[in-house]
Design a protein. Structure first.
Length: 163
């Protein structure tokens, strides 16, 4: 379930950081109840994950001839794959634009404090990881499929199990 919620959590952290950077001296951020805030921030990603789990369960109940799900990241198959991919693309663009707006705001602010430099460095690393994670993982997956296709992987696994 948490597999789907990590992107939402990253977006919420970005929005939280954006608000604290844009309004650093507002008393609103110092006076709110942090426990209620964290619970509220946790409900959003868990609701997103639960929505996909319920949707996939309903889909699997309708399509009884489909294969059994082995892991949680396999639940979006068939007809659900396309909407899930579009939602992930939209969330990725929103996440990158949130972090980019923080980065641009801090750059334009031109405050030379060590805090600002640390925030810009952290945001740059987060954005690079977000941008490069998918191409790198797809590259590794493609190379691994060429080196050891699933049919050979199954034979090697059975051989190692019988040792």
């Amino acid at each position: 379930m948490f597999f789907s919620s990590t992107m939402i959590i990253t977006i919420l952290v970005g929005i939280d950081r954006l608000l604290t950077v844009l309004f650093p001296h507002k008393e609103v951020f110092n006076t709110y109840n942090k426990i209620k805030y964290l619970i509220g921030m946790s409900i959003i990603p868990m609701g997103y994950s639960a929505t996909w789990a319920i949707t996939s369960y309903n889909y699997m109940a309708i399509a009884g001839d489909t294969q059994v799900i082995c892991t949680l990241d396999q639940f979006v198959t068939g007809d659900l794959r396309v909407p899930k991919n579009y939602i992930n693309i939209c969330l990725s663009i929103f996440m990158l634009s949130t972090y980019a707006s923080i980065w641009i705001f801090l750059r334009l602010k031109k405050v030379g404090s060590s805090f600002t430099r640390r925030v810009i460095k952290a945001l740059t690393i987060i954005m690079l990881i977000q941008v490069l994670a998918w191409p790198v993982s797809m590259g590794i997956f493609t190379i691994s499929q060429k080196i050891l296709p699933p049919s050979k992987f199954l034979v090697v696994g059975i051989y190692l199990e019988n040792l």
